[in-house]
Design a protein around this ligand. Structure first.
Ligand code: ZN
Length: 90
């Protein structure tokens, strides 16, 4: 569940970055993923293991429908909390 919710958040953030920096034809995006606490479906904020495979799949599916088709997502698991986009290459 968190995989897919996270994929949506990441694509939203990528949209903002692309707009702010006026980036077109993004080739790859580097993302660091820590432990992700989320509240959803009526549950309070909690953590879950993120499947990198599902996250990759989620990112690619959403990217297809949001103008980021063909973008390569490089996901790195890190210790610590939260996630961040560390690099966007055009
Ligand atoms: Zn959950």
């Amino acid at each position: 569940m968190h995989d897919f919710l996270l994929a949506k958040e990441i694509i939203d953030e990528l949209k903002i970055i692309a707009q702010e920096k006026k980036l077109e034809n993004i080739r790859s995006v580097n993302i660091e993923i820590g432990t992700i606490a989320l509240a959803h479906d009526g549950f309070e904020e909690h953590t879950e293991d993120i499947s990198l495979e599902n996250l990759q799949f989620g990112l690619e599916s959403i990217a297809k429908n949001t103008g980021f088709e063909g973008v390569k997502f490089n996901i790195k698991k890190i210790a610590g909390e939260n996630w961040r986009i560390t690099d966007v290459e055009v």
